[in-house]
Design a protein around this ligand. Sequence first.
Ligand code: HEM
Length: 469
Amino acid sequence: MSSDTDQGEQTVDGTNPSEGTADAPLAPYPPNLDPPWLHFRGLMTDLIGFGERALATRDVCRMRILGRGDQFVVGHPDHLKRALVTEREKFRKSQDFRIAFGEGLLTVEGAEWQRQREAMQPLFTRDSVLGYADGIVEQVQRRVDRWTDGQRLDLQREFTDLALDVLFATVLGRELDLDGDRRLRESAEHLHDWFQPTSYLLPEWMPTPARRRFKSAKRTLEAEAERLLDERAGDAPADPTDAEDLLSLLVGLREAGAVDSGMLTDERLRDQMVTIVFAGHDTTTTTLTFSCWALANHPEVRERFHAEIDALDGPPTVDDLDTLPVTERIVTETLRLYPPVYTLPRLTTESVVFDGYRVPEDELLGLAIRHVHRDPRFYDDPEQFRPSRWDGDLRSDLHDFAYAPFGGGPRICIGRQFALLEAKLTLATLGRQYELGWLGENDANGEPPVSPEMTLRMEPGQEFLVTER
Ligand code: HEM
């Protein structure tokens, strides 16, 4: 099942990618999966379990989804590395994102991507994002100040609002109304509706309720982007590289004539802002929710966490960041077990061979990040939430793509430093005031109820108990 599988062996599905056959076709129906006509039901009812079964015997598999065609999945760090780094020219982004988000950083490719990435990168370095630390803590504080002792809270709901508060207040420079801005908040959530599995499997021209919600949400966010850009017009720094937040960078580029030169049209500016809301909102929400689930369900970790936080003099600041190793590892371990982007989609631009099996050109390939993160070849007791596993040399001993919650290679998440800072500061801020209890139901393996949508979310409506400390 590893990438160095003995290629001479007959595999369980009877194919033989053996001696001399460098690129055997891959049987589309691994026998441990449902028959193809039941694939849709398998995918709908248990997407994660379905994927796990598909990869149980090999690191590459092929599923045939009726109505959609083939979907290939690879589940070994070597394969991730090839797709993201060493052979990345053989893979491109799948079309769905482009249809949904136009020409933002997440979707564009080639020289256009390079230009956008270079323009935005300075705002997302570790040093730059440290400048947002106080703003993040302020946003967290004003929300948790409303919590009360003994309250039952749907934390995923809370964090959905909080993540947007933080994105707007920091990167876009506008503080949202705690109870208001509902339309904007709903729109940010509905951006994910484009990728609802039920719609995802249908042809893109077909209108579905989810797609209508997506389109209306996108229009609302574009109008907001337009408004913010106009409001800031004139205040832009003469040199766009002096910009302090994304909004002034974009306005600066517009003023500097980049728009006229066609490099950055008004439409692209809007796409960029919608992209940031899409890419930075749900991912952070779920990271915070699962981190809190982990704290609530692991008393020994919670104790060490509180001891660390209690040593702070007040709300966490930039100067405290290095004194929060336990908090940091809770986030690291949460992203291992519950990576928001659990499968990274790519499209092959030419035929590629994995472990002797051919994935033809122009096929959808999923990079199974969650699967790799739980592979016993790389982690002891992989299903266990154990932040202390990161205490020693694990990171340096690990295959460089056995941990990839932010993807990898040149297209690694540009917001990762921001996301890690936000997660750490949020946990530290709320942990000073409250202890978390879990009121939801875990499954037989002690796992929380998950809902794999565009990102790996917790099932809606799960409650936590917050107790004042
Ligand atoms: C825990 C939180 C986050 C996770 C797990 C995450 C994950 C990822 C992953 C896996 C990718 C790679 C996509 C690919 O290769 O196709 C990515 C790209 C990206 N992320 Fe994040 N992300 C997070 C937070 C954020 C935040 C907070 C922002 C913005 C403020 C952001 C903005 C982006 C953008 C713009 C890209 C595209 C980068 C490029 O293609 O050059 N992300 N993210």
